[in-house]
Design a protein around this ligand. Structure first.
Ligand code: HEM
Length: 484
């Protein structure tokens, strides 16, 4: 307690109880709401104590920018709690400090893997075609019956990521696909704020006393070993021409090719190669799938916005497949995509960073080795910038002629769903490509309508649930009526 007081006594925050700190005061179903209330009371920088672990949170654009961007290097470390160590042995670049040379290298190799499918027009069309086929097949089957689209969205998103990482199109019923899926879901669940995972990070010995998260992590670990074995025995030995390169060169292949040409001291250790694959799957599936799921629900609540978006898609694209360079001709679709990421703020907090030196934010001292995160939700809900942040209004990104506002406009600057600075989301470009193509194809092919027999849950952020590291809307059903 004395040590914590010496390090963090000068940072404001709610007063907690001995031993557990503020745990009992955090709304476990909507932790970002408790944080917002405390931000109102204590200001731009607050501290929260979770079982003796202090987490500092930046609540305003200025403090977030300083933490993530201007002083991004000072805050470029990551925490390594028991949970993250258990599944991937803390390897992989999501968990590495920025100062680790393999962090920059792994990010660069991921980008070169993603870029391989970026500029090639034929690849993109192929990619769009594959996506649309999966959706069309799945939704056409239940034409006039209302369905919950979550599993189709999740499986398609996971299938695409697996293809991009491993170079294999996996049958959704196959054992390995199910293992990758369980590994992703269970790892996510272990980070649920409402469950007992936080205690495990602080007191790893709790695993001997029936800790539920530990049980989940044991199963996740089993799936992780299965995936690693599958990769080692069935994928790694394959020649280039035996891999599916329809999404460009698979990330794992890019990593291995690098290793086979560099000097031994520059090699990325095998555990990090595998950790990178598993972590990018995890990071790439959940946020994208939950964003798409929330977008469909939100548009069902706003049929006028849906109609406007569909009209633009029909006018500009018609019935051909969408291409990435259509984006500049579809300002309304772009505005809808940015607005859903602001309005839903699927990742309300960034991942936790660690200060690697003694530093400060807006003049407040932050000691070396502090845990710190940025509250993106509060940036997205700043009334001074957005006026009516609780309203879903894509028009806020458009001028009076319906064209996109200039890039320097305040609303763009304050829309940061992927974070900012050196540790900005490594898959941002991939996520944006995918969301754009997917939305165009889906609304081009289907009339998505509500069913009076299945009332929709609300879509505002106060009614979203925590789903591990991201937010997700409650389940709903809708009709996907084929236009063909
Ligand atoms: C709507 C979709 C997505 C959203 C909203 C999102 C958001 C974020 C956020 C907020 C962070 C944390 C940044 C920080 O800690 O400061 C992050 C990190 C990351 N994301 Fe994403 N993400 C999305 C999709 C993806 C996809 C598709 C991939 C992979 C292809 C991906 C890979 C990563 C990785 C690897 C990191 C860790 C980067 C690092 O530690 O250096 N994300 N993402």
């Amino acid at each position: 307690e004395l040590r914590l007081h010496q390090r963090y006594g000068h940072i404001p925050g709610p007063k907690g109880l001995p031993f557990i700190g503020n745990v009992h005061q955090i709304n476990r179903l909507q932790p970002w709401i408790s944080l917002a209330d405390w931000a109102k009371e204590y200001g731009p920088l607050i501290k929260v104590n979770v079982f003796g672990h202090v987490l500092i949170i930046c609540n305003t654009f200025e403090s977030v920018k300083e933490m993530l961007d201007t002083k991004g290097k000072d805050f470029g470390g990551r925490e390594r709690g028991f949970r993250s160590t258990m599944v991937t042995k803390a390897s992989g670049f999501l968990r590495m400090d920025m100062q680790d040379p393999h962090w920059r290298l792994s990010r660069r190799l991921l980008h070169s893997s993603i870029k391989a499918f970026g500029p090639g027009l034929s690849r993109i069309e192929h990619y769009a075609q594959q996506m649309s086929e999966e959706f069309i097949q799945s939704f056409k089957k239940c034409n006039s019956v209302a369905v919950d689209p979550l599993s189709t969205i999740f499986d398609t998103t996971l299938g695409m990521i697996s293809l991009m990482i491993y170079g294999r199109k996996l049958d959704h019923d196959s054992e390995i696909f199910q293992s990758i899926k369980s590994l992703t879901n269970l790892t996510n669940e272990s980070f649920h704020v409402g469950k007992d995972g936080m205690q495990l990070d602080r007191f790893p010995w709790m695993r001997f006393f029936g800790n539920h998260t530990y049980k989940i992590l044991k199963i996740a670990q089993m799936h992780s070993i299965k995936v690693q074995k599958w990769y080692k025995n069935e994928i790694a030995p394959l020649e280039d021409e035996e891999l599916d390169d329809s999404l460009g060169k698979p990330f794992m292949k890019v990593l291995r090719d690098y290793n086979s040409t560099c000097s031994p001291e520059e090699r990325i250790p095998d555990k990090d190669v595998m950790g990178n694959g598993i972590q990018v799957t995890f990071a790439g599936v959940l946020s994208t799938a939950t964003t798409l799921y929330h977008l469909i629900l939100t548009l069902l609540h706003h049929p006028d916005k849906q109609k406007k978006m569909v009209q633009e898609i029909d006018e500009v694209i018609g019935s051909r497949l969408p291409k990435l360079d259509d984006r500049s001709r579809l300002p309304y679709v772009n505005a809808v995509l940015h607005e859903i990421m602001r309005y839903g703020s699927g990742s309300p907090l960034t991942l936790t960073h660690r200060s690697v030196v003694d530093t400060d934010i807006l003049g407040t001292k932050i000691p070396k080795d502090s845990q710190i995160a940025a509250n993106l939700y509060l940036v997205h809900y700043d009334k001074k910038v957005f006026g009516d942040p609780e309203v879903f209004r894509p028009e806020r990104y458009l001028d009076e002629n319906g064209e996109s506002l200039q890039a320097e406009h305040e609303v763009w600057k304050h829309t940061i769903p992927f974070g900012m600075g050196p540790r900005i989301c490594a898959g941002m470009m991939f996520a944006q490509f995918r969301l754009f193509l997917w939305v165009c194809i889906l609304y081009q092919r289907f009339d998505i309508v509500a069913d009076p027999n299945h009332p929709l849950p609300p879509c505002d952020i106060k009614n979203l649930d925590v789903n591990g590291i991201s937010l997700m809307s409650k389940s709903y059903k809708a009709k996907f009526l084929s236009k063909e």
